[in-house]
Design a protein around this ligand. Sequence first.
Ligand SMILES: Cc1cc2nc3c(=O)[nH]c(=O)nc-3n(C[C@H](O)[C@H](O)[C@H](O)COP(=O)(O)O)c2cc1C
Length: 220
Amino acid sequence: MPPKRVAIVTSSTRSPRLNPTITQYVYDVLTSDPIIPTNHNETLDTDPRHITLELLDLAKQSLPLYDESVIPARLPASDPTPHYCKAHTRAWSTVVRQYDAFIFVTPQYNWSIPASLKNALDYLFFEWKGKPAGIVSYGGRGGGKAADHLRGVLTGLRMRVVGTAPGLPVKFTGLPVGVLSEEEEMVRLDERDLVGWREAGVEGMMRNLGMELVCELDKV
Ligand SMILES: Cc1cc2nc3c(=O)[nH]c(=O)nc-3n(C[C@H](O)[C@H](O)[C@H](O)COP(=O)(O)O)c2cc1C
């Protein structure tokens, strides 16, 4: 059986932004854990529950503010893609259909999720429905309000949201000024934030989230 594909979603789209760095941190924590059956770990490659973790950046999807004339939840459930009016929706539908599960990594914007994430979610319905989802938030106090809002939205999309939702308080890591290239966009996480997260058990929570997703995928 091919490994199940799990997308780790970068949700903010501005420049500069912290999200790609946090997404990479989540990826690194999950792929370095020997318990989670990622197929990056060759010793576990025969595990039938194995998954691949892939990065998915909303900034690269070229999605305008929602402009689809059909209602996604009213399209044929088994193959909604050709029924969208807009080419960008069909392209986004094709991307999302490739994945079996998602980990949404989101900042908190004014006590909620960024509009870019809500916009990308609203474009589709059956492409999300029934799939397992995890949430990792960040912000001055960990982005818990964004995580709570996102849980509601994903539940509305009938996703199976796992219980553990780590929140990363960003107290020391700063952003450079100005528009940056993709390489420049990766900022170095301040060691004091990393130590604080580890001491608060955030990396352990991420691993729990990963295993909860693996268990949910096992039920499919
Ligand atoms: C429009 C906007 C609203 C924000 N609102 C909050 C907030 O409600 N709570 C919080 O802790 N941080 C808030 N922040 C700070 C962000 O968490 C912080 O800037 C973070 O780096 C944003 O992620 P990004 O750089 O990937 O866009 C806000 C930032 C922006 C740009």
